[in-house]
Design a protein around this ligand. Structure first.
Ligand code: NAD
Length: 292
């Protein structure tokens, strides 16, 4: 079994990005600048945004964290997005999800200038991605493709089963794995909460990408020998033995499944760090597109 080490791979990618940033500096160019908008004080969101900002420092990017109270109205947030869209110094920005109830998430994502949409959530980018055109690939699917590619996992002609059809992971993943390309050319089955006999389907899979948010959902009896496992899930499970009182669990019962798997991502240290690295990569791409 080979561990698909997202921590190590993401560090390699960050080093590659840092080299490009240094070249920009050497040429007297402005370095990439990522902004993150955080509305409210959700603990997990604050952790994610904090990691993203720290990652910017690591590669030499400029970063700006914009914190807005959880009473922020949709109009106020849209105004902030307008400012970021028009800014001459912000190359890309993200709005951390989830947003408070009074704000319509889709209205907000639709307001982001597609050329600064480094999360790849704008319908224009999603459509362009689905059509194999230049776009921003959402960071988590982009990270998974990179992991598969860099570990030379064979995807061509393989049966990939994706569990979960979210707009940010499952759905784009199912499209990307079926497209032409290094980590593509796969035959894809997209499964979700209405899928019947899921085990029968997963047992036929060469590759399983699990993104549903149910800790240890996928167990050893649901997979065949030699399967490739990508575990996207991140759940906080109460655990009194941990200093913070919780443990981070993926959607895969790692101990059992890893005994059958040929490749598997750990949680933490798998898809999570790759997501952050690919957000930086998208920001670099946004800056490079401005320069070209
Ligand atoms: P989501 O929470 O929006 O949706 C869950 C999906 O799972 C739905 O499409 C639903 O149909 C499907 N589902 C639910 N129960 C099911 C069942 N019994 N059988 C089959 N499918 C079922 O999904 P999301 O936003 O993609 O998040 C999924 C998990 O991935 C969460 O734990 C989230 O925290 C994590 N996540 C991690 C990263 C990362 O960087 N590692 C990024 C995004 C999301």
């Amino acid at each position: 079994m080979v561990l698909l080490d997202g921590k190590k791979t993401s560090n390699v990618i960050k080093d590659e990005i840092a080299v490009e940033v240094q070249k920009m500096k050497d040429q007297g160019e402005r370095v990439p600048h990522l902004a993150a908008v955080l509305v409210g004080v959700d603990g997990a969101s604050l952790t994610y945004v904090g990691s993203k900002v720290r990652a910017c420092e690591r590669v030499g990017f400029e970063s700006t964290l914009i914190q807005m109270p959880d009473t922020t109205s949709e109009e106020e947030l849209l105004q902030k997005i307008k400012e970021l869209n028009e800014s001459k110094v912000i190359d890309g920005f993200i709005v951390q999800l989830p947003l408070p109830k009074q704000i319509d998430e889709q209205n907000v994502l639709n307001a982001v200038n597609p050329s600064k949409d480094v999360d790849g959530f704008h319908p224009e980018n999603f459509g362009r991605m689905a059509l194999d055109m230049e776009s921003f690939i959402p960071a988590t699917p982009f990270g998974i493709l990179q992991l598969l590619e860099r570990y030379q996992v064979e995807t061509k002609g393989k049966h990939t089963v994706v569990i979960g059809r979210s707009h940010i992971v499952g759905r784009p993943m199912s499209i990307l794995m079926s497209q032409k390309g290094p980590a593509g050319n796969s035959t894809v089955t997209l499964t979700h909460s209405h899928t019947k006999n899921l085990s029968e389907i997963t047992k036929q899979a060469d590759i399983i990408i699990v993104a549903l948010g149910v800790p240890e959902f996928l167990t050893a009896d649901m997979v065949k020998e030699g399967v490739v496992i990508v575990d996207v899930g991140i759940s906080r499970v109460p655990d009194a033995s941990k200093p913070r009182g919780y443990a981070i669990k993926g959607d895969v019962e790692f101990e059992g499944v890893s005994e059958k798997a040929s490749f598997i991502t750990p949680v933490p240290g798998g898809v999570g760090p790759m997501t952050i690295a690919m957000l930086l990569k998208n920001t670099l791409i946004a800056r490079e597109r401005q320069l070209s």
